[in-house]
Each structure stands twice: as C-alpha cells, then as structure tokens.
Design a protein around this ligand. Structure first.
Ligand code: ADP
Ligand code: MG
Length: 617
C-alpha cells in the first residue's frame, strides 16, 4: 500500500532517548552497568499514591496509569545506594554526562541554555522510586540534514533513565534499580518530517551523531525512539517502542494507512447515521453456551453498534480490524478481549445464540453487536470502554499513545499524555553549561571516508569498523602501528567467527586484542594464528599472549628460526634446487609451510625461501 503523503498532509516528528555510557549515574556515584534480576540481593515494596494536591489536575493518561498498577516492587543490587532508593537527596548533576550531552548538543547544531535547571516530572507508573523523573533542558533550536531537507531539533534534555520493568503481575510491577538513574538524553525533533523514508533517514542521522561521540551505550534497549505521526484529517498518534531503525518507515506508513482507513470508516458510519447504544447485560442469552470463554465468565455485557454491520470486521492494518481496536480498549480494563457479530458465529458461539443476542439488544441487519465476557466489574468497565471507542470511530481518529508491534502495526496503549507538569528539583543546584568546553568529535561518516583514504580500507570494511563498538580499539591499534586492514579484519571478521563458534569473546579485553595485534605487526604471529590465540585467551583470560601462543601452538617462530627451517628444507632438496633453480620454489614452499603453518607468516617464509634458493642456484 502506498500513499500520496503530501496530499494526505503527513506530519511526523521523532523523540529519541539514548543512554549515555558514563562511569556513574546522573545523580549518584553508582555504576551504570546493567545487571541480571538474579543478581539482586534484596527487594522492597512501595505503594505510590499520587495525591491531588501534589499533582494539581492529573491528566487522563496519568489517571489511567495510576488505576492500572498499584504495588511496586524494586530489586536492589549490591551496588544500590540510598539515592536510588529515594532515601537520600540526589547529588549534583554528573559532570561526565553533562559534557557528553553538550557534545551531542553541538553535533545537533543546538543553542545551549545559559542555565540548566533540574526539574521533576511526575511519573505514576512506579518506574521511579521517587515518583518523578528528574530532567534538565539543555539545548534548543537545532537542525539536522536529511535527504529530503532539514529537520529542526526542538529540544534536548538530560534526564535520568527509569527503572527497568522486569515483571508485571495482577495489580503490581517489579522493577530493577540497576537501570534507574543512568544518564539519558532525550532529543525531540520539530514536526518537520513529511514521508516515511524521511522519518527513517532522520532517525539514522541522529543515531549516527549520537554514536560519533563514542560515549553512548550500545545494544538492545539503550536507544529508544518514539514516532509521532498525523495526517491532516487524522490525529497525532505517538508510537512507542519501535524496535529497530529499520522499522521506522514501515511504522509511519502503516500508521498513515490506519488513519486513512479509520477516516473512511467514519465517513461510512456517518452516511449510515451510526450510533452507539447503552451497554446491556446479556448473560441470560449465553446460559447454556458451549463457548468455553463465555461459559467460564460471570457476566456477559453487550453493546449495540447501530449501523456498524460489516465495519467492525473491516481491516484497517494488516491483520487488524476496527474490532481489534475495540478489543485493545477492553483489554486495558482487564478483559481478555471482545467478540463481535462480524466474526460470529465462531469460538463456540452458535448461530442461534447470535440471533438471540441481536434480539436481546434490538439489533437490526445493519447493526453490529460487541460483547465482553468477564467478571461483572471488569465486563462492565470494559464494555463502556468499547462503547466509548466505537462512538469516537463515527467522528474522528483519536489522539493516542500506541505500542509498536513487530510487524509494523501498532496497538492502543493509552490516551496521549498532556503536556508534562514540571516542578523545580530544589535538591540539585542549577548548572551553567559551557559548550565551548567541548569539542565536536569526528563524525562516523567522516571516519568512513578517512579510513578509506588514509588507511586504504575497502568501503565495506571502513563502514563496518567505523560504526562498530570496536572502533576505539581499531583506532588504538592503528596508533600503535598495526596494519589497519589486519586490525579491522580481526575486530570485525575474526571476532564474529569466534563468537559464532561459541568462544567467550566477551572475556577478551582491549588489552588482549591490542597485544595480539602487536605480535602480528612485530612479525612473530602470522594472521592465521590470530583466531587460535584469541580463542585460547578467551578461555583463559589470565594467560599472557606469549603463553597463549604457546598453548595454541601458533606463532613464536621469529625470522631467524624461519630461516633455519627454510635452510633445512633447501638443503634436503639440494639436487632439485641446483637442477631447477626458482622452478623448485612452489614445491619447496609447500614443504616449508607444512612445517611452519600457523607459526610464521607465509610472506616471510616465501621471502626467505626465495633468498635461499637464489644463493644456491
Ligand atoms: P508535547 O508538548 O505533547 O510533548 P511536542 O510539541 O513536544 O508535544 O511534540 C511531541 C512530538 O510530536 C515531537 O516529536 C513533535 O515533532 C511531534 N509532533 C508535534 N506535532 C505533531 C503533529 N501535528 N503531527 C505529528 N507529530 C507531531
Ligand atoms: Mg515534548
């Protein structure tokens, strides 16, 4: 499906959240390394009750959230401190995080504020022990380039990362404190994006700039992007949890498609004078039902959707119908979902029961009926939510926050939050950031060019190593005189192969890698010995490179020893050498390598063999 985005008035903006790779957290001295839940040493429980006096008016999103989760359990680790537990005031804003954030502001061409004030933003989902997230506006008014024109950067904030959601139970959530307080920059673009491809391009560009600092965290969950999408006659929808940059164009395209379909449905509904009736209890209709889901429920509630026949089952995204949207709302209230007449009879519901259901709620041929089967309280609030959503469908596309699904579609999560209410954090003094203190780093795109021009790398390898987490190791190796291609091949190729062979490459430090590469450069470890030595070091990281070469039985044969071995081979074949001269080379080379493979560099062997044959021919 392809749309004329200009015609539809597509507008999109991005919000990108990136964790910084600092030594300590934003407001305390705890490490920023992630932990496994199993490493937790204790836990504690809190109940967060946002009070009206504290919040003024809670917005709709906050209210819904505070209704859903109530009891919060926090997993603490051996490193957890009183700040993270909210038993001690926050310390000063971390200087390293501030400097990295300023570098990012410079790369985004932003104006940096004169004074950054730390503010509190209320959160009611328990993801912060204090009940609010601390956040400081650092920069505004930036700009990035995309292939379809510039995109403005509205603002950049330095924030504390929330606690990681580990488990959701009925009425509660378990959070891990390891993630809470990791420095996070939030970058918001202006709504300048006009096509799905441009959304992806802008996100990639920002990602490249962030990684150019070399000081951002890498890997799953360390960068999160929210995509805001609207079309002219539709509404702003915030799509959360986009898994990878590659999906951003699909997500935007599918959201445009959803809004277009919903607008068509709305028009059709208005043509039919559609209306939503008051929900009714229809438990009696299903007294003897064979449908497992319904038979097990206390109450069945129904709502007549006048004029909706055929439209509830209409597809608005691949594999998602208007009925799926209604069902998302029912689920928010604890129901398993809904049944509707566009899909019945099915799921054990008979044709006779459908007829009886229609009769019970006075539904005619043009009408649809949706039902929710659950405990009384759940069924009642869920059917209200379904009725409300169906009523909106007659008129418009609702503004909302949606969760991205893996296939590029999305599901309803909650209403769009209102503008966040901020309060000053009086425990942290303001800071006066000085952007002249930081230097803009070389961009990764510039590195790719330089690696080709200066180091003679091929375009593919240059790009791979520049964007790789091993880039700093690569640069250190080159600085120490290692051949750039050997360094890049080792860090990108060899390490990947070893990982595939289940070698614990995570045990290898930069020092291991650099020391091994230096031995290659010195000529006493051939290229084909790199893998075996690294594999040995990964198994036993305390070994010296020397000892690892010994154990792997590679390298360690220096030039003189190579010459000795070559001379021995030449002397063994003296007659042939005298008769054939250089003609004997390839046969003797094979014999030499039979003895020296993995221990000496083939080029050195060949050079010395040529010399020795030359002397005797
Ligand atoms: P809020 O005050 O709710 O945070 P912002 O103006 O900061 O709203 O916008 C949040 C995000 O939504 C930004 O990424 C912005 O680019 C984007 N955005 C704003 N208006 C629209 C719109 N009409 N359609 C799509 N995206 C929009
Ligand atoms: Mg905003």
């Amino acid at each position: 499906m392809s749309h004329d985005y200009e015609d539809l008035g597509l507008v999109a903006g991005l919000e990108i959240h990136q964790q910084l790779d600092t030594a300590t957290k934003l407001f305390c001295n705890c490490p920023t390394a992630r932990r496994e839940p199993e490493e937790s040493v204790r836990s504690f429980t809190r109940y967060l009750h946002p009070t009206k006096s504290e919040l003024g008016e809670l917005d709709e999103a906050a209210l819904e959230e505070s209704r859903v989760d109530r009891e919060f359990e926090y997993l603490a680790f051996d490193s957890t401190c009183l700040v993270e537990e909210d038993d001690e005031p926050p310390h000063r804003l971390d200087g390293e995080a501030l400097r990295t954030a300023l570098e990012i502001a410079v790369l985004l061409d932003c104006e940096v504020v004169d004074q950054a004030h730390v503010m509190r933003k209320i959160v009611v989902d328990g993801s912060n022990t204090s009940g609010f997230q601390r956040s400081a506006l650092l920069a505004t008014d930036g700009e990035i380039e995309t292939s379809e024109g510039p995109v403005g950067i509205a603002d950049m904030l330095l924030e504390e990362e929330s606690a990681a959601r580990i488990e959701e139970r009925d009425g509660g959530v378990t959070y891990g404190l390891d993630r809470l307080g990791i420095p996070l920059v939030e970058i918001g673009t202006e709504p300048d994006i006009r096509s799905p491809a441009q959304a992806k391009d802008a996100a990639e560009r920002i990602g490249m700039l962030l990684r150019s600092t070399g000081k951002v965290k890498r890997g799953l969950g360390t960068i999160r992007q929210d995509v805001n999408v609207s079309i002219e006659d539709g509404a702003r929808v915030e799509l959360k949890g986009v898994q990878s940059l590659d999906d951003i164009d699909d997500i935007v395209e599918r959201e445009v498609g959803r809004q277009v379909e919903l607008l068509e449905v709305a028009e059709e509904l208005r043509d039919r004078d559609a209306a939503v009736a008051d929900p009714e209890d229809v438990t009696a209709v299903f007294e003897d039902t064979d449908s497992g889901v319904i038979a097990g429920a206390e109450t069945v509630m129904a709502v007549r959707l006048s004029g909706f026949d055929g439209l509830v089952g209409r597809e608005i995204q691949p594999d998602r119908r208007l009925g799926t949207e209604l069902s998302d709302h029912a689920k928010r209230h604890g129901a398993g979902g809904i049944f509707h007449t566009d899909e019945l009879p099915a799921y054990g519901v008979t044709e006779a029961e459908v007829a009886e259901l229609r009769e019970a709620v006075d539904a005619g041929d043009d009408d649809a009926v949706a039902i929710v089967a659950a405990d009384r309280e759940v069924a009642e609030s869920a059917i209200e939510a379904v009725a409300d959503r169906a009523g909106v469908a007659i008129h418009e596309v609702p503004e909302e926050t949606r969760g991205a699904n893996e296939d590029g579609t999305s599901r309803y999560l909650r209403p769009l939050p209102g503008a966040a209410r901020m309060y000053p954090e009086t425990d942290v003094p303001p800071v006066e950031p000085d952007p002249t203190e930081v230097e803009a780093p070389e961009l990764l795109t510039e590195k790719v060019d330089r690696y080709q021009a200066q180091h003679g790398l091929g375009a593919g390898l240059a790009e791979q190593i520049a964007y790789s987490e091993h880039m700093p190791t690569f640069e250190a190796a080159v600085e120490r005189g290692v051949d750039p291609t050997t360094a890049a091949d080792t860090l990108e190729g060899t390490l990947t192969e070893l990982r595939r062979d289940d070698v614990a490459v995570g045990n290898l430090t930069d020092e291991h890698l650099l020391a091994v590469l230096e031995r290659v450069e010195a000529g006493d470890l051939p290229n084909e010995g790199i893998g075996p030595v690294l594999s040995t070091l990964a198994d036993d990281p305390d070994l010296s490179v020397e000892a690892a070469m010994d154990e792997a039985d590679v390298g360690g044969v220096d030039r003189e020893a190579v010459r000795e071995a070559v001379v021995a081979v030449v002397e063994r074949n003296e007659e042939q050498v005298e008769a054939e001269g250089m003609g004997a080379f390839s046969g003797l080379m094979g014999e030499c390598m039979g003895e020296l493979r993995g221990k000496a560099d083939g080029e050195v062997v060949s050079e010395l063999l040529r010399e020795e044959i030359g002397k005797r021919a």
